[in-house]
Design a protein around this ligand. Structure first.
Ligand SMILES: Cc1cc2nc3c(=O)[nH]c(=O)nc-3n(C[C@H](O)[C@H](O)[C@H](O)COP(=O)(O)OP(=O)(O)OC[C@H]3O[C@@H](n4cnc5c(N)ncnc54)[C@H](O)[C@@H]3O)c2cc1C
Length: 541
């Protein structure tokens, strides 16, 4: 199994975390930074569940004010500022335009909501809301003439699946072991801990083997599978239930100029975002519908595609049709079931279920949560577990940067300018993409290169062998899909055939073996850079 080396190194842990989504990785990061020994297991790739299928906003959730979720909105808005400071490479401000439709919500209600949104939590770096007269403002350009006024406010954008990988990276650097393609099969309470069974799950080198480890505490952060893990794999009957709510997105060629997003109101009171995406595209979503099937098989339905196209076509001058789609994705929110009848109003707040009756070894299950609140959720989870680890260090993540996020003053544009001065061979588009994805860690990819050829083979759009090596060695990428759709969104820009070329390259890497690469790196000579020597590539590869 991919994680076998790590597991072999240690077979007893303070905490075993099940699930490599944002919540599992956030908890693993927080716990390992407090000095606990942590093993995280993920059955697929990191962020292969809900955490790569979100709308990708670090936001308070304007619409949750309507549901009186003040605690959640305040916490999320507070986190928005903290996360922007912790990861200014993968998180950045975004201006949202809300066209006013008085048939859906009166203007006073929207103004009141936006006033609260601006003031309910500290806001240092983002501009507040304003009223827009569309006839005089470029924001009105894509909209139909019937929309006369609207409102603009701020939130943030996040590369969601990269956030997960960075949390996992940080966890590992603080001592955690991260095992991808490793399924949690089950666990039994024995003595003062759990005996946990894990299985090799679908890595390209999968053997189907199993391993056992010991854990003092189990954390069930399996997202949409939280109830399955709790009931079927741990045999625990909980009073808490998960409510699966499906949300889908479509991607179309860019609909309008400008970097602003739109938040469109629909007659059924749901909202749909249109967001500039990956330079050439517009992301449109989401839907919010009840879901009761196996979370693995999720895909957008024709009805959802139609709904999203109609929503945009109702507001924009140029209609969007299903034939315009270049990509779509769907995910399920693993929400805490609060008994609401409508899918769109089920609470987005998180709830823990701590099972430790009669002094039995504890299992903590996570229900709900948002990408935005992952850091705080992890801190709260550790508060819940503090009594089982009396020597544990205090909370530490509030001001800690995520890997690559230690950019001086959080000034991303200055960071790119300095990068381009240092590495003038990077074209502007590639420099920006690498800086956005890796922040200060970009040095680990391009550090010793003096010309683009030093980065090895280019698979297209500047995805070089050096970058792939980094993603495998440092971010647990194992397949072309991991690289093209989760560590990056290069899958949108590159022709389909590239995936098999990347898979062949990864296979070659595996065959040549890790030890050989390490020893080649140590003995690099003959005028090759370390990286070329490490991967056996010459400069013209
Ligand atoms: C359509 C949509 C839009 C959203 N938009 C936003 C947004 O804009 N902003 C925001 O803040 N939040 C948003 N969210 C919410 C957010 O995406 C989720 O709350 C969050 O990603 C949940 O993370 P998680 O770690 O709990 O679950 P997941 O990301 O699903 O992770 C759980 C992991 O557990 C693994 N697992 C399951 N069983 C096992 C097992 N037996 N062994 C090993 N591993 C296992 C799975 O493979 C999975 O990777 C959105 C959600 C959806 C669906």
């Amino acid at each position: 199994m991919e994680g076998r080396q790590a597991l072999a190194a240690r077979d007893a842990f303070d905490i075993v975390v099940i699930g490599g989504g944002i919540n599992g990785c956030g908890i693993a990061r927080d716990a390992s930074g407090r000095g606990l020994s942590v093993l995280l297991v993920e059955q697929g790739d990191l962020a292969s569940g809900t955490s790569s299928a979100s709308t990708k906003l670090i936001h308070g959730g304007l619409r949750y004010l309507e549901q009186f979720e003040f605690r959640l909105v305040r916490e999320a808005l507070t986190e928005r500022e903290r996360l922007l400071a912790a990861a200014p490479h993968i998180i950045w401000p975004l201006r949202f335009v809300l066209p006013h439709d008085r048939g859906i919500r009166p203007a006073w209600m929207v103004r009141l909501g936006l006033f609260l949104y601006d003031h309910i939590a500290p806001r240092k770096r983002l501009p507040g809301c304003e009223t827009i007269r569309f006839r005089q403002h470029p924001y009105g350009q894509p909209l139909k003439g019937s929309f006369k006024i609207g409102f603009a406010y701020s939130d943030c954008w996040v590369q969601d699946s990269r956030l997960v990988a960075l949390a996992a990276r940080d966890a590992e650097e603080r001592g955690a072991e991260i095992c991808v393609r490793t399924r949690f099969i089950g666990a039994q309470r024995q003595g003062d801990g759990w005996t946990v069974t894990l299985e090799d799950a679908g890595s390209p080198t999968a053997t189907g083997g199993t391993r056992q480890v010991r854990a003092r505490v189990l954390v069930n952060a399996a997202g949409p599978w939280v109830a399955e893990v709790l009931r079927s794999r741990l045999g625990i009957e909980s009073t808490k239930n998960v409510r699966l709510i499906k949300g889908s997105h479509i991607v179309v060629p860019r609909l309008y100029q400008g970097e602003q997003a739109y938040i469109l109101q629909n007659a059924d009171r749901r909202i749909v975002f249109t967001i500039p995406y990956e330079r050439d595209f517009t992301l449109i979503g989401t839907t919010d519908i009840a879901y009761d099937e196996e979370p693995h098989r999720i895909a957008i339905s024709d009805a959802e595609t139609r709904y999203l196209c109609d929503s945009v076509s109702h507001c924009f001058r140029v209609p969007v049709e299903p034939k315009d789609l270049v990509w779509s994705y769907a995910g399920v929110r693993p929400l805490f079931d609060d008994g609401s009848l409508k899918a769109s109003v089920v609470t987005r707040d998180y709830v823990f279920d701590l099972e430790a009756a009669g002094g039995a070894p504890p299992a903590l299950s996570v229900f709900g949560g948002k990408i935005t609140t992952f850091r705080r959720l992890a801190e709260h989870a550790m508060d819940e577990l503090a009594r089982f680890f009396p020597g544990m260090k205090p909370a530490w993540t509030e001001t800690a940067p995520l890997p690559g996020g230690d950019i001086a003053g959080g000034d991303f544009e200055a960071f790119i300018a300095a990068l381009r001065r240092r590495k003038p061979f990077l074209d502007p588009e590639l420099a920006r993409r690498l800086a956005r994805a890796y922040g200060t860690r970009v040095e680990a990819i391009i550090g010793k290169a003096n010309r683009i050829e030093d980065l090895g083979r280019d698979f297209g759009r500047g995805l070089t062998a050096a970058e792939i090596d980094y993603l495998v060695d440092q971010e647990w990428a194992r397949t072309a899909d991991d690289i093209l759709w989760r560590r990056s969104k290069l899958g949108l820009h590159l022709p389909q055939g590239v995936a098999s070329e990347i898979d062949a390259y990864l296979e070659g890497r595996r065959r040549s073996g890790a030890e050989q690469r390490v020893s080649a790196r140590e003995h690099s000579t003959n005028g090759l850079t370390d990286r070329q020597a490490a991967t056996g590539r010459g400069s013209s590869a």
